[in-house]
Design a protein around this ligand. Structure first.
Ligand SMILES: [Zn+2]
Ligand SMILES: [Zn+2]
Length: 268
């Protein structure tokens, strides 16, 4: 695991994760990761929900926490990055930009968790996926992914087939739609992550699936790795499997970030 960096880790500030940042770093050291990056849920721009994200008032505390942990582990055999995961909500781009411009992040992860008022990855709303037009849900989701990349707000797009979370699969062939999305990512310079948290969800699969990942690889979109940990012992979750999937899709390297630029390409 020495060569791998986990860029998707949460903190208790989001209201649905547990553990101190130092416990996450300790676990990363224990399993021998190269880097760990924190990317807690940024304040929601459309409404407040303390069970989903930190509040705007808590944001300085988040940065202080990560700075403290960076100091604490200085000189140790691991690099600690400051990132954040922000939702893409159309119409709120300016407000999102103001929040993200306020701090010197190493990277910003963009997420699509909402299609209009449909929080499709929320278990409380999953019945809405039992529609006879699931393909439209997928297409709407891909459209929002493209808009996210075009917004220029994000460096890395999270879990790019999250709509499969509860096992609802498209009926038709959506290859063209995924290709169009990958093309936009390539053009806008956005990277995707291989997110192992899907293995902990009903779908029981890494985001994205092999077939989807192959398209991104063929298009030349770089990757990062993320466990989407919400507890210290989820850091680096099933990364051997994530690494295997990346290679199987054709990837030979992944990228690291510093100050919102790709700083290094690491061989897989
Ligand atoms: Zn979360
Ligand atoms: Zn996350």
């Amino acid at each position: 695991m020495k060569s791998i960096a986990d860029y998707h880790n949460h903190t208790f500030l989001c209201g649905h994760a547990i553990g101190e940042p130092s416990e996450y770093v300790d676990y990363a050291l224990k399993i021998g990761l190269k880097e760990i990056g924190f990317s807690d849920h940024a304040p929601l721009v459309c409404h407040d929900d303390p069970t989903i994200t930190m509040s705007l008032e808590q944001l300085p505390r988040y940065h202080k926490m990560i700075e403290d942990v960076q100091k604490k582990y200085q000189g140790q055999d691991i690099k600690i990055r400051l990132g954040i995961e922000a939702d893409f909500v159309p119409g709120f781009e300016e407000k999102t930009k103001t929040i993200l411009d306020g701090y010197a992040y190493d990277y910003v992860i963009g997420s699509v968790h909402f299609i209009g008022d449909f929080a499709f990855d929320n278990p409380a709303q999953k019945e809405r996926l039992k529609t006879n037009d699931i393909d439209k849900v997928y297409r709407d989701y891909h459209e929002l992914l493209r808009q996210s990349a075009q917004s220029g707000l994000f460096d890395i797009m999270a879990h790019v087939d999250l709509v499969k979370k509860f096992g609802d699969r498209p009926i038709g062939d959506l290859t063209d739609d995924i290709k169009a999305t990958a093309d936009v990512f390539k053009k806008t310079g956005v990277v995707i992550e291989i997110n192992s948290s899907g293995l902990r969800k009903p779908v029981g699969e890494i985001y994205p699936s092999l077939s989807v990942l192959k398209i991104y690889c063929e298009t030349g979109v770089p990757i990062t790795f993320g466990s989407d940990s919400h507890a210290p012992d989820e850091v680096g979750f099933k990364f051997e499997q994530a690494l295997g999937l990346a290679r199987q899709a054709g990837y030979r390297e992944y990228v690291l970030f510093e100050k919102r630029q790709i700083s290094e390409k690491v061989k897989l």
